[in-house]
Design a binder for this molecule. Structure first.
Ligand code: S3P
Length: 169
């Protein structure tokens, strides 16, 4: 099976934008797990969280991840920021290819996320503190899951893609 490239990282780290451009540049097929979940359920992520809860979403996320891993045509995969919380997800991604962590500072993440309404976990009063709290809780999981870490602060998508391709050589 062709090795896959999984992009992991916090909400707002650029997984979807970088993943789709990386796939175009390398002429590979791309999939975004959140988009796939929305397509299959016909619902927005925020509504899935509200109506069915986070556990339901996580089960769906794992199911889609496993199907993608079985599909040989899909190579570049943008994941949701919480996919690394599950030990089996981390193992499955590592076994299926290279896991790239797009690492962003809290400042960058806050700047990008402060106006977002589509992240159910960040629909709280103090978004800055919540980003900081969730990232502190998850940092270890991103590091555990990653084969390669790329710092994304103050870099263009083009620069990040060049770094990824160099790291994958
Ligand atoms: C989540 C991140 C979101 C989406 C869901 C949960 C998370 O994806 O999967 O809202 O737990 O960090 P993005 O990282 O693409 O925003």
């Amino acid at each position: 099976m062709k090795e896959k490239i999984f992009l992991i990282g916090f909400m707002g780290s650029g997984k979807s934008a970088i993943g789709s451009d990386l796939a175009i540049k390398n002429n590979l097929k791309f999939i975004d797990i959140d988009e796939e979940i929305e397509k299959r359920t016909g619902q927005k992520i925020v509504n899935i969280f509200n109506d069915y809860g986070q556990d339901y979403f996580r089960k769906f996320e794992k199911k889609v991840l496993i199907e993608i891993i079985k599909n040989e045509n899909i190579v570049v995969v943008a994941t949701g920021g919480g996919i690394v919380l599950d030990e089996e997800n981390r193992r499955l991604m590592k076994e299926a290819g290279k896991v790239i962590y797009l690492k962003a500072s809290k400042e960058t993440l806050y700047r990008r996320l402060k106006k977002s309404k589509v992240r159910p976990l960040l629909n709280v009063n103090n978004k800055k503190d919540e980003i900081s709290r969730i990232l502190d809780n998850r940092q270890n999981f991103y590091s555990l899951a990653a084969d390669i870490s790329i710092q994304v602060d103050n870099k263009s998508i083009k620069e990040i893609i060049e770094e990824i391709n160099k790291a994958l050589e």
